[in-house]
Write a protein of this length. Structure first.
Length: 106
């Protein structure tokens, strides 16, 4: 798994005055589940703040874009819609070959 936390370099791009206000993770990586979603996932007791859960999700690519700006260079974006998901307690390191069956990993 890849940790998506912003690096200190990324947080510093706005300058020292704003770095503390910048979120630790990029926009869009926070998922909010309402009562109905929690019920569908079988979560009857709320987890404690700071608990870790393992998220497995099936997503559909909603859009892709690639463009170039004079100041920033090339930019690429992919928008993903989660269509199916499961939450469980972590059971250890997942097998990357199972997570990415189309890769050329050995």
């Amino acid at each position: 798994m890849i940790n998506m936390k912003r690096s200190p370099k990324d947080k510093a791009t706005l300058g020292d005055c704003c770095a503390a206000d910048r979120p630790e993770y990029p926009y869009g990586l926070c998922i909010n589940l309402d009562r109905e979603s929690l019920e569908k996932l079988g979560i009857t007791a709320l987890p404690a703040v700071g608990d870790q859960l393992q998220l497995t999700a099936l997503v559909t690519v909603q859009s892709v874009s690639e463009y170039e700006r004079q100041e920033e260079g090339k930019s690429r974006d992919v928008s993903l819609q989660i269509t199916d998901m499961a939450l469980d307690k972590p059971t250890g390191e997942p097998d990357a070959r199972a997570l990415y069956p189309n890769s050329s990993m050995n």
